[in-house]
Structures are given as C-alpha cells and as structure tokens.
Write a protein that binds this ligand. Structure first.
Ligand code: NAD
Length: 292
C-alpha cells in the first residue's frame, strides 16, 4: 500500500518549515487566493480543505465566494485585481465553473506566474519543453512523488502506461514521467487492446473516472499502480462510498505497490498546491535555495 495520506503530511511539514524560513529570512508570507463561483457541493468541500491546509502551513489564505450568476466579465475583473495584488502569490479558480462562463478564458486570464494549478497554456508549454520554473499541475506532481517513494528516485527506463489524456492529469503526468526518462504510453477511450498494453506496464497511472475499470488481470505482477480516479458509488447498504478507477481489492493481490482511494493521490493534490504556492512566491521575489 502506498500511503498518500502519510506522504502528503510529510510534504506539508516540509512546506511549513520552508514557509517559516521564508518569513524569518525575507519577511514574506505566501498568499493563496481561491475563487469559487456557485454552490457545487463537492467544490465547497475541496475549497474548505484547501483553505484549512494553506493556513496550517503558515500561509495566508484568501477565499472569494462569488454567486452562481456572476458574469464572465465580473470574474475576469476579480482575476485582474488578484493578478495585481502583491499579497497574492497564487490564484486558483475552482473548477467546474457555471456553464455561462468560458473556463478557458478564465484560465488564460490568470497570470502564468500565479497560476498554481498549472493549467495556463504558458505553464503547459513550459512543462512540455522541460523548462525550469514551470508551475506543474498538482495531481500529476503527486503521482510522480508517490511512484518515486515506492520505487526510488530513479525511474529511468520504466514503462509507464497512463490511462486518460486530460489536460489536468493524463497529459501532464505523461510529460513529467518523460522527464524522468520513462517510456510513456498514453492511452484513452479509443485505445484498442487496452488490457494488453496495460499488462506491459511497470507503472500504471489510471486517470479515467470509471469505477473499478482496471482489473487484476490488466496488471503485471509486481507493477506499481497509481489510482487517480475518484468515483462516487453506493455500498450494498446504500451508504455513499468513494472508489478509484482500479478494482483495489483484486489489484492489491497482484501489484507491487498500489495507492488506495481515498488516501492515495487525493491528499497529494493539495500538498502539491501548497508546494506550487511556495515556489511561485520564491520565483516572484527572486529567492532561490529554499527547497521543498
Ligand atoms: P476527464 O474526464 O477529463 O478525462 C478522462 C480520460 O479518460 C479521457 O482522456 C478519456 O479518453 C479517458 N477514458 C474514458 N473512458 C475510457 C475507457 N473506457 N478506457 C480508456 N480511457 C478512457 O477526467 P480527469 O479530469 O482526467 O479525471 C480522471 C479521474 O481522476 C476522475 O475520476 C477525477 O475525479 C479524478 N481526479 C482526481 C484528482 C485527485 O486529486 N485525486 C484530481 C483530478 C482528477
């Protein structure tokens, strides 16, 4: 079992220590602004957790709750204000946005230097060409940290099969693993013989959004399995339950290491958001040498 909860907690502790150094040596406190539009229940929970963990790490958290009927222009105005606020080092707009707002226009409006989600085209491009200083999407960062904790820091030559090609998870995690000298196969809904391809992987990254899709006989014995999926299902007794894209009960018998859902990739995502906020603060203030 790869314990994402414990590994994320260690990472948050390292970030807290680094934040203390930044405050002591440079008089700076990183600030993260989270903007949420509307009442989506899952988003409200995510934002609450982000705010709490930002504060626990010693950073400033600014929360902006805007009503469902906020116009695109009003949201763009808020982003412009945050782009120009020197107390704000990172800006995150919680997705999904209401349908009348164009998500891509909002992401494009965030200053790339404050884009702690790493979704802006400038940061995607930086990641693609392997440029230092890219703000890398949080969930993919978390996946790589978990794989390295299990397999050691050198992933060279490992064959990784990524299932899913979204801009949020599949594509950026593939780029990160390419930088780690892995051989990366990206698969998706139109891939033929997915099971056979998956069975060749030393590392499987499942980011699909289909409950328990990856079965034990898709996995090479001893392979490392990182399950990004978060799927809401109900137990036999009718209670709500979260499951991943991997059939954990089966796969745990075959895999060399596997992340649970919940308690695997999920906690790493917020920890990496704090890491990005810290890095953005250092970059904006030309500070180097404090590593997290
Ligand atoms: P998405 O819907 O944007 O992309 C899903 C991808 O899966 C697509 O590229 C699609 O081609 C592929 N796919 C769909 N059906 C398939 C099939 N039958 N076989 C192979 N590929 C198939 O989703 P996303 O935003 O990348 O998220 C994926 C999952 O990860 C979701 O469950 C989401 O909730 C979860 N997620 C978790 C975190 C976290 O912090 N743990 C963060 C982001 C997303």
């Amino acid at each position: 079992m790869i314990d994402g909860k414990a590994i994320a907690s260690e990472l948050r502790d390292r970030i807290s220590s680094a934040v203390a150094v930044l405050k002591e040596d440079h008089g700076l406190i990183p600030g993260l602004a989270v903007v949420i539009v509307g009442e989506d229940a899952a988003s409200q929970v995510y934002v609450r957790n982000k705010t709490r963990q930002t504060r626990e790490a010693g950073m400033n958290s600014y929360e902006y709750k805007l009503p469902e009927d906020t116009s695109e222009g009003e949201l763009l105005g808020e982003i412009d204000r945050l782009n120009n606020d020197s107390n704000v080092n990172g800006i995150l707009v919680q997705l999904p946005l209401p349908e009348h707002i164009d998500e891509s226009a909002i992401i494009a409006a965030i200053s790339p230097e404050k884009d702690v989600d790493g979704f802006h085209a400038v940061n995607s491009g930086r990641l693609m060409i392997g440029e230092n200083g890219a703000l890398v999407p949080c969930t993919p960062q978390g996946c790589v940290i978990l794989a390295k904790r299990h397999l050691g820091s050198d992933l060279s030559g490992k064959h990784v099969v990524v299932i899913g090609r979204s801009n949020i998870v599949g594509k950026p995690v593939a780029m990160l693993l390419l930088q780690e000298n892995c051989t990366v196969t990206i698969t998706h809904s139109k891939t033929r013989k997915l099971e056979e391809i998956c069975k060749e992987a030393d590392i499987v990254i499942a980011a699909v959004g289909r409950a328990k899709m990856v079965k034990a006989d898709w996995i090479k014995p001893g392979a490392t399995v990182i399950d990004v999926g978060i799927n809401r299902t109900t137990n036999s007794d009718g209670r709500a339950k979260l499951v991943g894209d991997v059939d954990f009960e089966e796969a745990v018998e075959v895999a060399g290491g596997i992340t649970p859902v919940p308690g695997g990739v999920g906690p790493m995502t917020i920890a990496c958001l704090l890491r990005n906020t810290f890095k953005a603060t250092c970059h904006q203030n030309n500070i180097s040498g404090i590593d997290v």
